[in-house]
Ligand binder design. Structure first.
Ligand SMILES: Cc1cc2nc3c(=O)[nH]c(=O)nc-3n(C[C@H](O)[C@H](O)[C@H](O)COP(=O)(O)OP(=O)(O)OC[C@H]3O[C@@H](n4cnc5c(N)ncnc54)[C@H](O)[C@@H]3O)c2cc1C
Length: 583
């Protein structure tokens, strides 16, 4: 087993880092720790594991605090799922709100967050708004630190951010629960990266900026180093990590602390089966999201939390059957003459709710039939939606003939086509099938929906009632002017009656995720907690690798990146206060 620093190739250590490392207190060595007896290859104050937004923020904040820091990343490239994302950050009381004179008061924002994350216990009058002290502290820590974290990144030139105007349109992103009275600032909390030429950027631009900042500061990123073990001293303090590389094991000593920001477990099929309450068919997360931290921290006595949680999105079943590693999720189902039905041919959800909450409907259990009637949902649409909205994912440019789309000249023919396809893939879906009443119910469902569309009120699921539904519809569901279909002149832009004549189409949708969000639990200082809720000394976590501080609530565009960034920042600041072991 090699323990020589030579095991690190030049490619693995990001260019530019090497010369600066000695002066920054990061040392390459071949020594043995007198107290743990552990041989070390590299030594620093704070070891950060991962290179997504949580890790990069933690490393930059640690550097600002004067701590020596290095990053250890298992992929051959930096950025994780953060680099695949849209790069949006949900930051309360951010600098753009302040510049406009919009007050995002802490008490108001806490009410919104508590109401959204804990609807079954939220009480405006109760102590801690009805939450436990620990739950409340996490929300408070997020509010108290999120704006400071982005202000630090901006002030140090690490990240260029602006108000996120959705996809460069003149619209501030509306929160995912804008219509509850607790949300006093329903738009404007979302920020987005600004590209070099001044445009609104994506996650890849955000991560490019953050990694340029790491490089400019000479902070090493060890690529293709998969951390597999935490090293604890005799007192149970985290003092380093061991990583696997193609050249053998490499050990990193942390004189102060280890911070993990290694993403969720959505691409670990064994963990998905073990921990998810309902079936997940695929994810658009980085393939590196295999939940390595769960067992690493478990071995150190960490308490796990929120293990069945995920940031959810519907996905296209036909794509997931080819590969569970997906390019995208169905973030917003386009179309107005479009609805979703379950195996009974009835609607079960507001089709224009946000992706995270909408996808929860797949897990609804029918106790009489002992089944999940919405395990698969069928997005049904007519020729108007096919042509006027074609090309807006998941609608193909041409629905007819697409391998993702089932087609029928009539609704009966469409039902028969769906049933036949479900028969072909039965082995991959737990033999999910249509109820015998599907075709009859589908017609009734469409008739009822058509009445709602004409009246402009969805009496069953309130589609189009909330600002979110309308605002995001306008962005994600543009009607193509040259498609030859008239604009929707019904009272609600979100709904249009179906045509009486076919053809009709169906896209099969299943539950998927951006990533999971369960793992070792943290406190408000981002310390990893043991089974007695005591911090494991020297061990911190942020992002999707830990138990989500907001359970499954997704407050608005940018929620998950903001959580990872903010708790990465909190972790670096708390780790700064740890005693430096100079033995
Ligand atoms: C298409 C898409 C769009 C999205 N858009 C948004 C958005 O706009 N806003 C938003 O808030 N969220 C968005 N998300 C979700 C968001 O990208 C993730 O929730 C977020 O990036 C997670 O950040 P993280 O820091 O926890 O982990 P990641 O960014 O996934 O980083 C984890 C890193 O740890 C590394 N790693 C894992 N295990 C180890 C190990 N054992 N040793 C060393 N390294 C390891 C991984 O390789 C990876 O680089 C989107 C997701 C997708 C897929």
């Amino acid at each position: 087993m090699s323990r020589k620093p030579e095991a690190v190739t030049r490619r693995q250590l990001i260019a530019g880092a090497g010369a600066a490392t000695a002066s920054l207190g990061v040392m390459a060595l071949s020594s043995c720790d007198a107290r743990t007896g552990h041989p070390w290859d590299h030594e620093t104050d704070i070891v950060v594991v991962g290179s997504g937004v949580g890790a990069a923020t933690a490393a930059l904040a640690a550097h600002e605090n004067g701590d020596a820091v290095l990053l250890v990343e298992k992929a051959p490239t930096v950025g994780g799922t953060s680099a695949k994302s849209a790069g949006v950050l949900w930051i309360p009381d951010n600098f753009t709100l302040r510049a406009k004179g919009i007050e995002d008061r802490k008490a108001d924002c806490l009410e919104y967050m508590a109401r959204f994350a804990y609807p079954e216990r939220y009480s405006a009058r109760g102590p801690n708004l009805g939450l436990s002290a620990g739950e409340f502290d996490l929300l408070e820590a997020f509010y108290d630190n999120a704006a400071d974290a982005v202000d630090l990144l901006r002030a140090t030139g690490a990240l260029n951010l602006a108000e996120w105007r959705m996809f460069q349109l003149d619209r501030s992103a509306t929160d995912y629960l804008d219509h509850v009275p607790e949300n006093k600032v329903p738009a404007g909390r979302a920020l987005g990266p600004v590209t070099a030429d001044g445009g609104i950027g994506l996650g890849v631009h955000m991560m490019e900026q953050l990694h340029s900042a790491l490089q400019a500061r000479g902070l090493p990123v060890f690529l293709e180093h998969r951390v597999v073990r935490l090293v604890l001293d005799a007192a149970g303090r985290a003092v380093g990590v061991e990583a696997e590389t193609a050249g053998g094991a490499v050990a990193f000593r942390a004189r102060k602390a280890v911070i993990f920001a290694t993403g969720g477990y959505v691409h670990n099929p064994a963990f998905v089966t073990k921990y998810q309450r309902n079936r997940l068919y695929g994810s658009c997360a980085s393939p590196m999201a295999t939940g390595d931290f769960i067992n690493i921290a478990g071995a150190a006595g960490a308490r796990l939390g929120n293990m069945s949680g995920a940031w959810r999105t519907q996905i296209v079943l036909e794509e997931a059957l080819v590969s569970s590693e997906l390019a995208s999720g169905v973030f917003f189902p386009p179309g107005d003459s479009m609805l979703q039905v379950n195996r009974h041919g009835v609607r079960a959800v507001n089709e224009h709710r946000n992706y995270n909450d909408r996808t929860e409907v797949h897990g609804v259990y029918d106790p009489s039939a002992a089944e999940y009637p919405n395990q698969l949902m069928f997005m049904i649409y007519d020729q108007r939606t096919a042509e006027a909205f074609g090309g807006a994912y998941p609608l193909p440019e041409q629905s007819s003939g697409s391998p993702l789309v089932l087609e029928g000249a009539t609704l009966d023919a469409l039902a028969a086509r769906i049933e036949a396809r479900l028969g072909e893939i039965a082995a991959q879906t737990g033999e999910f099938s249509l109820a015998s009443s599907f075709a009859a119910n589908l017609k009734t469902t469409i008739d009822r929906y058509n009445d709602f569309a004409r009246a402009g009120i969805d009496e069953d699921f309130q589609r189009g009632a909330a600002g979110y539904d309308r605002e995001w519809y306008a962005v994600f569901s543009p009607l193509q002017a040259d498609a030859g279909w008239p604009a929707n002149e019904n009272p609600s832009i979100n709904m249009h009656p179906f045509r009486d004549a076919g053809p009709y189409y169906a896209i099969m949708l299943a539950a998927g995720a951006l990533d999971t969000n369960g793992g070792p639990a943290i406190d408000a200082g981002a310390h990893i907690l043991d089974t007695d809720d005591k911090p494991i000394p020297g061990l911190y976590g942020a992002g999707n690798c830990i138990a989500s501080p907001t359970r499954e609530a997704y407050f608005g565009a940018g929620h998950t990146l903001a959580m990872s960034l903010t708790f990465g920042y909190i972790a670096a600041n708390a780790a700064h206060g740890e005693p430096r072991d100079s033995a």
